[in-house]
Design a protein around this ligand. Structure first.
Ligand SMILES: C[S@@+](CC[C@H](N)C(=O)[O-])C[C@H]1O[C@@H](n2cnc3c(N)ncnc32)[C@H](O)[C@@H]1O
Length: 240
């Protein structure tokens, strides 16, 4: 595990049991969107073909995987992958309780090296987790496991454009530190937030074309909720 992965896994190991209760608070405060509504908005962007194979990267407690499995009603198989054992335990428990173990396979794995062969998935979802990863490296790995023209649907808390102004660069580190102290989040997990514009450019550099984007925010200074659906334009990893 890299240092970044170790930090993220440690942070989420401590957080796993309370995750579902805690996660929505910051999102609702910053963007006005409740976590349950967010999941519905997110899966709306997942225009999955019938009988598709889905990878839910950084699944956490499997909320996205469960919502997708319920919507698709047995028409897709979902690999729900995460690096944190505590989160995986919660995910397995929820999947079993929902009786959806036939459709959702919960397993340990990192976005930096996924335990799947090339071209395994027509859809990859990744919600609220990219800021813990080295995005360019993970996008390369996702291209490998996606079929040609496969889709990536991602969501993450992002930076408002104001943070990139010269005065923003000075103030933001202090602003983020105060927020972490207020939210009692002692562990930094090397997280990085991108603006919508930066996201689109990262995706485009990796060979993805954005087809849909949505952004939720309150004011010009708070973090924003960014949702993007993008399709892989190249065919490098086509398995025929
Ligand atoms: C904020 S949670 C998001 C969970 C879920 N996707 C959701 O929307 O509620 C971030 C998750 O990313 C996972 N994670 C962080 N880095 C990862 C990596 N490199 N590979 C796989 N999972 C990772 C953490 O373990 C954690 O469960």
């Amino acid at each position: 595990m890299s240092k970044r992965e170790r930090l993220a896994a440690k942070a989420f190991e401590d957080f796993a049991v309370d995750y579902d209760e805690q996660i929505g608070r910051g999102m609702a405060r910053d963007t006005g969107v409740e976590y349950g509504d967010f999941i519905l908005k997110f899966i709306k962007l997942c225009d999955s073909p019938q009988e598709c194979n889905v990878l839910d990267l950084a699944t956490g407690t499997a909320s996205v995987a469960l919502a997708l499995a319920r919507r698709e009603d047995g028409e897709c198989r979902i690999a729900a992958v995460d690096i944190t054992q505590g989160m995986l335990r919660q995910a397995k428990r929820k999947v079993e309780e929902a009786g959806l173990g036939k459709y959702i396979y919960v397993c340990n794995g990192s976005g930096n090296g996924l335990p799947f062969v090339d071209g395994s998935f027509s859809l990859v979802t990744c919600s609220l987790a990219f800021h813990h990863m080295h995005v360019a490296d993970v996008l390369e790995e996702l291209k490998r496991v996606l079929t040609s023209h496969g889709r990536l649907v991602m969501a993450d808390m992002g930076a408002p454009p104001a943070w990139r102004k010269p005065w923003g660069r000075v103030i933001v580190p202090f602003y983020l530190m105060v927020r972490r102290l207020r939210d009692r989040r002692p562990i930094r997990s090397g997280s990085k937030m991108y603006t919508l514009h930066e996201w689109k450019s990262l995706l485009s550099q990796a060979g993805f074309s954005t087809t849909e984007e949505v952004c939720f925010f309150k004011g010009n200074w708070r973090p924003r909720l960014i949702l993007i659906s993008a399709v892989l334009s190249g065919g490098d990893y086509d398995q025929g």
